[in-house]
Design a protein around this ligand. Sequence first.
Ligand SMILES: Cc1cc2nc3c(=O)[nH]c(=O)nc-3n(C[C@H](O)[C@H](O)[C@H](O)COP(=O)(O)O)c2cc1C
Length: 285
Amino acid sequence: MSSITEIIKKRFSCRTYADRPIEESTLQKLKDIMNSLPAGPFGGKPRLALVSAASSSPREWRQLGTYGIIRNARLFVAGAIRNAAHAMEDYGYCKELFILRATELGLGTCWLGGTFSSGNFADAINLQKDELLPAVSPVGYPADNKSFTEKMMRRIAGSDRRKPWKDIFFADNFSRPLTEQDAGECAVALENLRLAPSASNKQPWRVLRDDDTAVFHFYLARALGYNLLRGVSLQDVDMGIAMCHFALTVQEAGGSGQWVTDTGAPGTTSFDYIVSWRGKSNSGV
Ligand SMILES: Cc1cc2nc3c(=O)[nH]c(=O)nc-3n(C[C@H](O)[C@H](O)[C@H](O)COP(=O)(O)O)c2cc1C
C-alpha cells in the first residue's frame, strides 16, 4: 500500500489515455470505492456514477464530451450533489477521496469543471432538479506520451508550479508567513495540501494557524471573474480538495481532529473564511 504522500505526488491531471480498457477486477474495485465513500465534512455526499463513453460513438464523445481536450477516455466518473450550503466543498472532498484511490490503483484522472459538456453528462446520470453537476473526470490508464493539446494545457495553466509556502500559509496574521520549520508536525499535511489540484491551477486556498490554539483556519482567495458557472463555484470545490489532502495526511500520521466552523477566526476583507481544523493535541494534529 502506498502512503498518502506518495499517492498525492503520483496524481496529475491526465488528459491522454492508453487505448485499452480497465480490466474487470479493477473496475469492481472502483465501484466498491464509489459505493463506500463517506459524507463530506459539511454532511453532503455526492452521488458518483461511472459513465461509459463506449456507448456513444468515440467521435461524438471527442467533440461533445470534453471539447477535444481528453484523448482516448472510455470511462468517466460523473458526480452530482444536492445543492446546499458548502455542497461544493463536500463535493471536492469526497470526489478527491475517489480520485486518490483511483490513482493508487494506477489509474489516471483529470478534474474537469469547465471543459466538458454538462448536458451530455447530466442526461447520462439523470441529474435531478435539486442537484448540481460540478465536474466529471475521465478514468483510465495514462498513455505513455502526452498529446500536444495536453502539453499546451499544462503550460498555459502552469500546472507544474505551485505557489510557495510564504504566499499561502500564515501564522497568527496574514502578514506573517508560516514556515515549514514552524509548522512542525503539520508540515507534511500542509505540503500535501499545497500539491492539490485546483481549477486553472489558481491555488485559491489560504491557511492561517492560530499560534495559541494551534487551530488552522482555511480561507478562499476568490479570483475575479471566476464565480458561478452553472450554479457551481469551482473554487469552493478546490477548497474541498485541499481539505481532503490535509485531513488524509494528518489521519495517516496518527493525528485526529475535526472540521469546525470557528466564530473566532480572524476576519479579513481579502479572503472568505470557510472552515477550521481543530486538532486534538496542541500541535494541531
Ligand atoms: C475543480 C477543478 C476543475 C478543473 N477543470 C478543468 C477543466 O475543465 N479542464 C482541464 O483540462 N483541466 C481542469 N482542471 C485541472 C487543472 O488545470 C489542474 O489540476 C492544474 O492545472 C494542476 O495540474 P495537476 O492536476 O496536473 O497537478 C480542473 C481542476 C480542478 C481541481
